[in-house]
Design a binder for this molecule. Structure first.
Ligand code: GLN
Length: 552
């Protein structure tokens, strides 16, 4: 039977609960256990895909096409289980499900209440989520509860976790609580009071943590740990210090060194093999001792350029690990390029335009793409970055003046990127995808297997097919493909049923490395395996750098 570890957070948000949960999962996996992770989000939105990335960071897309919290990205990067739609749910989804049942009369006219109906539904969703990976029952499901203890929103989730641990019985569930131990410079001291209060809050609702993870900017000395232990009723060896580190991939080792996995296994009466974290040690070693260095310019909207590209930034880090190359990322504001030109691109070894929505900044991105094409700078365009590369090529090479996407110019003379209003979904039904479709229901989402044309750069990178995840509405317009091909553009992969362009590239006689992909490769990159496309991209940046040095 699956055992559960609930991970809660206290004092403030953004302490890295997702990474802590994922790191514990990684250690348990290295001990031979089958592990999965779940994220419970206490907000009311039913569809996280429609939430602003500025408020909430990146939307992570699972293989089965769910738009989820970015923590699921951390999960997939730390353990081998693939997350599915059921691994992330919100308060909104719980209420929606309960209200639907009530409308169908399933509660037989009883008064429907938070306890037990909402809390039961949460438990059912948790159990369903735990079963959604590993074809059945994992040994351990780690359940991260979003929000901070003390918030009104997260109360039903905490209550459900408490009830669940009671229902499952002894040694079936454990609780981990993550708090902040701030360093107060004027006093020259680490302060434990917020942690004490936060554990009190948790105990008020009937949860006694088995492990406290105490975040601080430095290691927490033993006397402070003893104090936290005394006030919070958590044994001192279970008061674990988590200090700031330069790479998140050091966290599994840090937690293991302090015995966290053993405490959890003891609590759950599990006796797996010893941990083997050598893979993580190798990754950290590669990050800390690179042999080469490149600088990549990432061109985006100024406001987007942080949390919204979590997976992409990690994917570049993985490529750095697997090419022994330090990859510096320069974030370049496309609106500035629009106004001031491309001088800021001169020192770069490669250029990248990531995914994005809306017209703002697109002309600056197109300028950056033209610069990359004309100056033979390695270019990777992801989703929007591919669409804009097609637009740039159409305007400048294929003589289609004013070419655009109907997303940015609905009355363009040459809609080289446009909406496909009728779309066959994977079950063969016709799905309407038009501009007026209901928000959140109009995207091409999730993984799709697509064959690659032999002899292309894409086939050298990926082999004979690609299976990557999508999250977009617009497509390269097939009607223009012959004109683009006549101009020299190569479509190296097309979707099998609809024949839509999936990958574009320039022939290597024209440009050493210019690739646009309609999917989001960053979602499948992991630190342990890296990713073929990002690896090839960084290698192209290195090759370009070497060629320039030789020429100089
Ligand atoms: N805005 C574009 C579309 O909807 C690209 C989306 C993306 O980059 N994820 O098709």
């Amino acid at each position: 039977m699956t055992k559960f570890v609930f991970v809660t957070g206290g004092v403030v948000s953004s302490l890295g609960k997702g990474i802590a949960a994922a790191s514990l999962a990684a250690i348990l996996e290295s001990r031979g256990l089958k592990v999965t992770l779940l994220k419970l989000d206490p907000y009311i939105n039913v569809d996280p895909g429609t939430m602003s990335p500025f408020q909430h960071g990146e939307v992570f897309v699972t293989e089965d096409g769910a738009e989820t919290d970015l923590d699921l990205g951390h999960y997939e990067r730390f353990i081998s289980a693939k997350m599915r739609k059921a691994n992330n749910f919100t308060t909104g989804q719980i209420y929606e499900s309960v209200i639907r049942k009530e409308r169908r009369g399933e509660y037989l006219g009883k008064t429907v209440q938070v306890i037990p109906h909402i809390t039961n539904e949460i438990q059912a969703f948790v159990e369903r989520g735990a079963r959604s990976t590993w074809d059945g029952h994992p040994d351990v499901a780690i359940v991260e509860i979003g929000g901070t203890v003390g918030d009104i929103e997260s109360l039903p989730f905490l209550e459900a976790a408490r009830q669940m641990s009671l229902r499952l019985g002894r040694n079936q569930a454990a609780f981990v609580h993550l708090t902040l131990v701030p360093y107060i410079a004027t006093a020259g001291e680490l302060k434990t009071k917020p942690t004490q209060h936060s554990v009190q809050k948790l105990r008020e609702i009937g949860i006694s943590p088995d492990v406290l993870l105490c975040r601080a900017d430095r290691p927490i000395p033993d006397d402070e740990r003893a104090k936290i232990s005394l006030f919070s009723n958590v044994p001192q060896d279970a008061v674990i210090s988590v200090w700031d580190v330069d790479t998140i991939y050091k966290i599994p080792q840090m937690l293991h060194d302090q015995g966290m996995d053993t405490i959890i296994c003891d609590e759950l009466k599990l006796t797996p093999q010893p941990a083997d974290l050598s893979m993580w040690a190798k990754l950290v070693e590669a990050i800390e001792h690179p042999k080469h260095e490149v600088t990549i310019g990432m061109v985006g909207k100024y406001v987007d350029l942080t949390e919204s590209y979590k997976s992409l930034i990690e994917a570049l880090k993985h490529a750095s690990i697997h090419t022994s190359t330090r990859v510096n990322i320069e974030y370049l504001d496309s609106e500035q390029i629009e106004k001031e030109g491309t001088d800021c691109l001169k020192q770069l070894d490669a250029i990248l335009v990531p995914g994005g929505f809306g017209r703002r900044g697109t002309e600056g991105k197109i300028k950056a793409i033209r610069y990359a094409r004309e100056n033979r700078v390695p270019y990777l365009g992801i989703c929007l970055g591919m669409q804009l590369a097609v637009i740039e090529f159409a305007r400048d090479v294929a003589h289609l003046a004013g070419a655009n996407s109907t997303e940015f110019d609905p009355s363009t003379d040459h809609p080289v990127v446009a909406l496909i209003t009728e779309w066959l979904d994977r079950d063969g039904r016709i799905e309407q995808r038009s501009e007026d479709s209901e928000l959140g229901g109009t995207m091409r989402l999730g993984a799709q297997r697509v064959p690659i044309a032999p002899g292309t750069l894409a086939s050298r990178i990926y082999g004979d097919h690609v299976n990557e995840r999508h999250r977009h509405r617009y497509e390269v317009n097939n009607h223009y493909v012959p004109q683009l091909e006549a101009g020299g553009l190569v479509i190296s992969a097309r979707t099998p049923s609809e024949n839509l362009p999936e990958i574009m590239e320039l022939p290597q006689q024209i440009h050493p490395w210019f690739v646009g992909v309609q999917f989001h490769p960053e979602f499948t990159s992991t630190p342990r395996d890296g990713h073929p496309l990002f690896k090839a991209y960084v290698e192209a940046a290195l090759a370009g750098q070497a060629a320039r040095k030789k020429a100089a």
